[in-house]
Design a protein around this ligand. Structure first.
Ligand code: ADP
Ligand code: MG
Length: 428
């Protein structure tokens, strides 16, 4: 035996021992990071970007999308234009991605068919101009932002022409760009209008907004909505199966209890029926279990997770409020800190005017502040309880904040103008 191999084996053992001893003596990593492998087998699978390759709860929608919309491709013809709609978290994006990938696999070996699919999210875009610029960038690497609209579209058509064959464009969250927008009837008609030749462009629009379709410009409706496919909200049992499949891959065997899955599914079903929400609850519950060094994700963790996700959503809705809404909320927050809630509208209004003079903002009439409080009630940030016996015999509203006081204060603090008022709240 080569004496060096002894030496290296010995060195190997020595090195391992030294590293182990160092990590026991100086556990620097563990102070900041945590090994979550006792809970999660593969955390990636719980992320938003993961596309499942199995959606049995959407069998009906997938069949329609395949049979009624995409099948012409197998005959080297462009698919029909289609419109998928339903509330957020219903698997619309996942279904479209999954089936277009399947279709791509199907045609891979058939050289006579050239199929290109382009996914474009319209999130954060308010016009077809921005969407067209993004599409051009995706296809050519250059963003034509700033150039006249006609030129942007010409570049887009040139890029399509370059690709040739059949191009399917998925415009996801298309409701963001408004329902009178030209892209929705321009793209599906690109060939009819002579913008492209010897090739085809089809569009699949996806919308989270149920009213978008009803209010769609008739020309757009005509060209885009050859086939409409509705994605109804999931019920608790469907969400349970979705969570079961996801957790089998994502969590260590046996780390999640059936009770935890059932609870996450039930809570999401009662609220939005959204798979996204259910998955978020389970992921966060797993994180809470890991943080507490527990080896099982329990119902308790799911409840904690729901609470946390809810607070995060509310924090976001507070950020999105108008300044007058925020001032009404600030008034109520300050009364809450003094244990003065539930408070009747005039009391909230009086605090509101104190605050507006303090932060140097114009104040509006009590009637309008009341209406802002009702708006805040609608989005779940405050709650107003009706009691009879108002001054003119009408109902009298008593208001309180519906969120955690600390969360509310922290979010409101993002606006520096409120600092002085919030400092007073902190002291009380
Ligand atoms: P939408 O586009 O309708 O808002 P998504 O397709 O983005 O919803 O789905 C939200 C999340 O739920 C994603 O993580 C997705 O993978 C998952 N999901 C939705 N439906 C299913 C399903 N039937 N099976 C497995 N995962 C699903
Ligand atoms: Mg989506």
């Amino acid at each position: 035996m080569n004496p060096f191999s002894y030496f290296w084996t010995f060195r190997g053992i020595l090195d391992t021992t030294v590293i182990y001893t160092m990590s026991v003596l100086f556990p620097i990593m563990t102070e900041y990071f945590q090994d979550r492998s006792a809970i999660f087998e593969s955390e990636r699978i719980l992320k938003e970007s993961y596309t499942p390759n199995d959606l049995p709860e959407r069998e009906t929608q997938l069949k329609r999308l395949g049979l009624e919309v995409l099948s012409p491709v197998l005959n080297d013809a462009p698919p029909h234009n289609a419109f998928l709609y339903g509330k957020p978290g219903q698997g619309k994006t996942a279904a479209a991605r999954f089936l277009l990938e399947e279709l791509q696999d199907e045609v891979e070996d058939r050289s006579e068919i050239s199929l290109t699919t382009i996914f474009q999210t319209c999130k954060g875009h308010h016009s077809s101009y921005q969407v067209a610029c993004d599409l051009v960038e995706q296809l050519t690497g250059e963003n034509p932002n700033g150039h006249p609209k006609r030129m942007v579209f010409t570049r887009l058509y040139d890029a399509f022409q370059e690709i040739g064959g059949i191009v399917v464009i998925v415009l996801d969250e298309v409701d963001n760009i408004g329902n009178k927008d030209m892209i929705l009837y321009e793209l599906p008609r690109a060939r009819d209008n002579g913008h492209i030749e010897d090739m085809d462009v089809s569009v699949i629009g996806i919308s989270n907004d149920m009213t978008f379709y009803d209010e769609l410009d008739p020309r757009a409706k005509d060209s885009l909505c050859e086939v409409e496919i509705h994605f109804p909200p999931y019920d608790a049992s469907q969400l349970r199966s979705i969570l079961n499949r996801r957790s089998e891959k994502a969590f260590v065997d046996g780390a999640v209890t059936q009770e935890a899955i059932a609870l996450a599914a039930a809570l999401a079903a009662q609220d939005l029926g959204s798979a996204r929400q259910a998955i978020r609850y389970l992921y966060k519950a797993g994180e809470f279990a890991a943080l507490n060094d527990e080896s099982n994700v329990s119902e308790e963790h799911v409840r904690e997770a729901e609470d946390h996700v809810e607070q995060m959503n509310i924090a976001q809705s507070i950020r999105d409020l108008t300044i007058q809404d925020q001032l009404a909320l600030l008034a109520l927050t300050s009364l809450t800190a003094e244990d003065e809630t539930p408070s009747p509208t005039p009391e909230v209004y009086s605090r509101y005017t104190d605050i507006t003079s303090h932060v140097d903002t114009n104040s509006i009439a009590m009637r309008r502040v009341r209406s802002h409080l009702h708006d805040l009630d609608m989005i779940g940030v405050v709650s107003g309880a009706k009691r009879s016996g108002g001054s003119r015999g009408g109902p009298k509203y008593y208001w309180e904040i519906n969120t955690d006081l600390d969360t509310t204060v922290n979010v409101l603090r993002e606006n520096n103008r409120f600092d002085d008022v919030l400092d007073l709240i902190d002291k009380s």
